[in-house]
Design a protein around this ligand. Structure first.
Ligand SMILES: [Zn+2]
Length: 160
């Protein structure tokens, strides 16, 4: 189910994604909100940190656990611009997040409905309420533009 403020908080996740973009990272951003307050933020930092685990969601979950003082993110909602990968979907279940909202779908790696749905796997002891497609166009435009300019830069380089 969609909440009144989902679009607004997705806007904050999009702002995080833009921070990644500014560093030349694939633009993916996330925020975690509880009781109307942002308790965690993150953006993709895989290239900068040379860390395959430095996904937006994991960084936001780490910060939220610190802010909330525990590993169970009870009562919180995670907003992320792109459908979570298997690692992040696993972390969302591990953090016991009750709800996530995401923008664009990821047909190549998404594990919240595209390839599989780890968030609502009945054999796990925790299921996550899920809302997809919030500000989807903006979220996917961000990615499309990023990859388009990456290809153009590569082409230019090859022509030199
Ligand atoms: Zn991920």
């Amino acid at each position: 189910m969609k909440n009144m403020n989902d679009e607004y908080y997705m806007g904050l996740a999009i702002e995080e994604a833009r921070k990644a973009e500014a560093l030349g990272e694939v633009p993916i951003g996330a925020v975690i909100v509880r009781d109307g307050q942002v308790v965690g933020r993150g953006y993709n930092l895989r290239e900068t940190t040379k860390d395959p685990l430095a996904h937006a969601e994991l960084l936001a979950i780490k910060e939220a656990s610190k802010t909330m003082g525990g590993w169970r993110l009870i009562g919180a909602t995670l907003y992320v611009t792109l459908e979570p990968c298997p690692m992040c979907a696993g972390a969302i279940v591990q953090a016991r997040l009750p709800r996530i909202v995401y923008g664009a779908m990821d047909p190549k790696a998404g594990c919240a409905g595209s390839l599989m749905n780890l968030l609502q796997e009945e054999r796990f002891n925790h299921q996550v309420e899920m809302m997809q497609g919030v500000r989807e166009e903006e979220c996917s435009e961000l990615l499309k533009n990023f990859f388009r300019s990456l290809r153009e830069r590569r082409k230019k380089k090859a022509a030199e």
